[in-house]
Design a protein around this ligand. Structure first.
Ligand SMILES: *[C@@H]1O[C@H](CO)[C@@H](O)[C@H](O)[C@H]1NC(C)=O
Ligand SMILES: *[C@@H]1O[C@H](CO)[C@@H](O)[C@H](O)[C@H]1NC(C)=O
Ligand SMILES: *[C@@H]1O[C@H](CO)[C@@H](O)[C@H](O)[C@H]1NC(C)=O
Ligand SMILES: *[C@@H]1O[C@H](CO)[C@@H](O)[C@H](O)[C@H]1NC(C)=O
Length: 269
């Protein structure tokens, strides 16, 4: 009986210790929870997500090469986040002057982020010389509806009558369309300078669209994130009570186990 007791003791102590490592990486910004793979602290989270999020006066900012966006939501279950660009056009305002960010990530970060397939980018006021319209002679414009959202509907927004440009030259042949809707997949980088566009809007549909019209669309950029692979390293680390992070090289993953950092997990010192 005593033998059984002593055999079970180390296991008991181990599992108690495992739960006891303090997670210094999880945090909040306003009412948004920041958890793996994201982090606000250097050395926390996944290396692909380093130097990405910043909390400024309880406002969470997402910083990539095309600019800074406000994070409206992080959905850990669906691995997605919703971004807002203040210079993005909506149904109420059309912002011209190429002030918007668009969406482009650094090459090294590209595998981790992709706007979702049901996110539409509506490019506004692009020049006839835009790469968007090159290589698409005749009727083959890249512009199309995405998830039931497109420029035809978007032209119905009050913002268009405010700028007084509603639907000018909508058809190819009489100049480029005033608005061209694309899925991120079809062009990969939404760079207003490169595409020679004056502005853009972005909308996404969470549920199948009941086609309530453009005033009911959700405006913002819905981005899918992925840590690549199945992230066995972090799962093994967390299973032993550790917190996932990375080393000062910004590449190698680390398992933080209290006073000790392990290159595998907390059970193997
Ligand atoms: C967070 O707060 C904002 C307003 O400050 C609110 O619109 C939003 O719904 C809140 N989000 C959650 C997840 O509570
Ligand atoms: C463990 O790694 C984290 C993140 O790189 C670092 O901040 C911390 O100082 C390290 N701790 C030890 C004990 O080396
Ligand atoms: C956008 O395109 C312009 C012109 O090609 C380029 O100078 C700029 O670096 C690009 N921006 C991003 C974020 O890729
Ligand atoms: C899609 O685009 C066409 C014009 O190309 C438009 O007539 C139609 O109403 C659009 N919307 C949907 C939901 O298909």
């Amino acid at each position: 009986m005593s033998k059984l007791f002593f055999a079970a003791l180390p296991l008991f102590i181990l599992s108690t210790l495992a739960d006891a490592y303090v997670n210094n990486c999880r945090s909040y910004c306003g009412n948004i929870t920041i958890d793996y793979p994201f982090a606000l602290r250097q050395g926390c989270g996944h290396p692909g997500f380093r130097d990405l999020l910043f909390c400024v006066n309880d406002v969470l900012m997402f910083h990539i090469s095309s600019g800074s966006y406000r994070v409206l939501e992080i959905d850990y279950a669906f691995q997605s986040l919703t971004l807002h660009d203040p210079h993005m056009s909506t149904c109420d305002t059309i912002v011209l002057g190429s002030k918007g960010n668009g969406f482009a990530v650094d090459h090294w970060r590209a595998p981790y982020f992709n706007p979702t397939a049901d996110n539409v980018f509506m490019l506004i006021g692009c020049s006839a010389q835009s790469p968007l319209f090159q290589g698409f002679p005749g009727q083959h414009l890249p512009c199309r509806n995405v998830s039931g959202m497109g420029c035809e509907e978007y032209y119905g927004c009050p913002a268009w009558s405010l700028v007084g440009r509603k639907g000018v030259g909508k058809m190819f042949g009489s100049g480029p369309p005033e608005c061209c809707a694309v899925a991120f997949e079809s062009i990969k980088v939404i760079n207003l300078t490169k595409l020679q566009c004056e502005g853009y809007s972005s909308a996404y549909s969470l549920a199948p669209l009941q086609n309530d019209g453009p005033s009911e669309w959700s405006y913002g950029i819905r981005v899918k994130y992925s840590v690549q692979g199945n992230d066995e390293f972090c799962r093994a680390c967390e299973a032993t009570g550790g917190t996932c992070g990375y080393g000062s090289d910004g590449v190698r993953q680390l398992c933080m186990c209290g006073n000790l950092n392990s290159t595998s997990n907390c059970d193997s010192g």
